[in-house]
Design a protein around this ligand. Structure first.
Ligand SMILES: [Fe+2]
Ligand SMILES: [Fe+2]
Length: 195
């Protein structure tokens, strides 16, 4: 598996300084979540370093890359550009940097939209990206508070806020995001009943 040091070097070259700083905060936040909720620390840290690898790729290039890949979900090209970098990032990391680890690639692919049936590791990266201390948008604190309660509560808060934000702007919502939301609702209900 790629070392953290290698990942750090690759990502420093791929990102602008501000996005690199965000990346480091995501690594630190993910680490704190692992401390609390467990998970494969080594893989999570590696995925956190690499998660925004494709952030500055040209959107048209990413779209054509998606059209030629059978592993990429349907209709992704119909949705916001913001979603592309996660899926394409996983593809390009494999092709350009030799990242083969399926768990790491899966965490990166789902970090923006989430999906139903996220693993513990995917939930941690999804949430860490949303609540890292540099996030100042409305609702970031609510998600941080929910994250204290449980990992699923944190993810659910992030997921519901993202969906409300998109619906508020009247832009399309990628189906996997809605599926993630429904799945997290079920998980949270089960947790609350068992309390
Ligand atoms: Fe991202
Ligand atoms: Fe990010």
């Amino acid at each position: 598996m790629m070392t953290e040091h290698e990942a750090d070097r690759i990502i420093q070259q791929a990102l602008k300084p501000r996005r690199y700083e965000h990346t480091i905060r995501v690594v630190e936040t993910a680490d704190q979540l692992v401390e609390r909720y467990g998970g494969d620390r080594k893989r999570i840290r590696l995925a956190a370093y690499l998660h925004d690898y494709a952030k500055y790729r040209d959107a048209d290039e990413m779209r054509s890359r998606i059209n030629s890949s059978p592993s990429i979900p349907d209709n992704l090209h119909e949705h916001q550009d913001e979603l592309l970098h996660a899926f394409v990032g996983a593809l390009l990391l494999k092709e350009e940097c030799g990242v083969e680890d399926k768990a790491v690639l899966q965490m990166i692919a789902s970090h923006t939209t989430g999906r139903a049936g996220m693993t513990l590791e995917e939930k941690i990266l999804f949430l860490a990206d949303y609540i890292e201390p540099g996030r100042t948008f409305a609702g970031a604190d609510a998600a941080r508070q929910a994250a204290e309660e449980s990992l699923e509560a944190g993810c659910l808060q992030a997921s519901s806020q993202m969906i409300q934000f998109l619906a508020g702007k009247q832009v399309s919502i990628y189906p996997a995001s809605v599926e993630a939301y429904n799945d997290l609702i079920r998980q949270e209900q089960r947790r609350r009943i068992s309390l």
